[in-house]
Design a binder for this molecule. Structure first.
Ligand code: ZN
Length: 251
């Protein structure tokens, strides 16, 4: 299996998910994996859970997915606006949807690619914004390549091979939207595909990644979708305005 599609942080944004799935079909993927946070923030948790269950070969559980299941510590750590969306999500889900959330794994492995929502260490919901934060994830990464979501920002971190007693070097590896990038042949990598349903890198287009394990390349793909339609639904459902406004700005 060479071409693996990585999607993450859909956050109940059905229009963005549909646009990304159409793009994965356009370019062709052998496997599709989801790095968690299928629900939270947005208006369509039930439809997004159904579509992810139909489309993905593996799904790991995010902090918003876990908060819906009643993990109080996780729920309490969320912003009150996010908690409001969790209550809304609970009101929209059937027992079958709750079973889909329960069936998500904390960690998974697909063709040697390790998957986690936030990080691979005991702090599963650590945010890997920096090389420093990524060090802890590399310590626990069981394979030579891993993928995480959670920050909503596409990124890659590279760890040098440690041939001596010194700590391996870790640094961000540059990626550019819609450009295929050849990955370094030595060392290990952690990829982040960005967010399908709530990008936060000031680009409102939905983000996903195409990882080719044979060619050893990755491409971050950005896909435009009908942001206005999602904003109207958020308003209609009485969810906090902020969740609608941020979609246009990509923050
Ligand atoms: Zn998220």
């Amino acid at each position: 299996m060479a071409r693996i599609g990585l999607i993450s942080d859909i956050h109940s944004n059905l229009e963005a998910l549909q646009a990304v799935l159409a793009d994965t079909e356009r370019v062709g993927v052998d496997r599709l994996v989801c790095l968690g946070d299928v629900v939270g923030y947005g208006p369509d948790p039930d439809a997004c859970l159904d579509l992810v269950a139909q489309s993905c070969d593996a799904v790991v559980r995010g902090n918003h997915d876990e908060a819906v299941l009643g993990q109080e510590a996780v729920h309490a750590g969320l912003h009150p606006r996010a908690q409001e969306a969790i209550e809304f999500t609970r009101s929209r889900l059937s027992p079958g949807h709750l079973m889909l959330l329960e069936s998500m794994l904390e960690l998974a492995d697909v063709d040697g690619l390790s998957l986690a929502h936030g990080s691979f260490g005991p702090r599963r919901f650590l945010y890997l914004y920096t090389a420093r934060a990524a060090r802890e994830a590399f310590e626990y990464l069981p394979t030579s390549i891993g993928a995480v979501g959670h920050t909503h920002v596409p990124a890659a971190f590279w760890e040098s091979s440690s041939s001596d007693a010194r700590l391996p070097e870790i640094r961000p590896f540059p990626l550019r939207a819609n450009e295929t990038v050849e990955l370094p042949g030595r060392g290990r990598l952690i990829l982040n595909p960005g967010s399908v349903g709530q990008p936060r890198d000031r680009n409102p287009d939905a983000s996903w990644a195409l990882y080719d394990s044979e060619a050893h390349t990755v491409q971050i793909r950005r896909v435009a979708y009908d942001v206005g339609a999602v904003q109207s639904k958020i308003e209609q459902m009485g969810l906090p305005d902020f969740h609608a406004l941020r979609l246009r700005a990509g923050v």
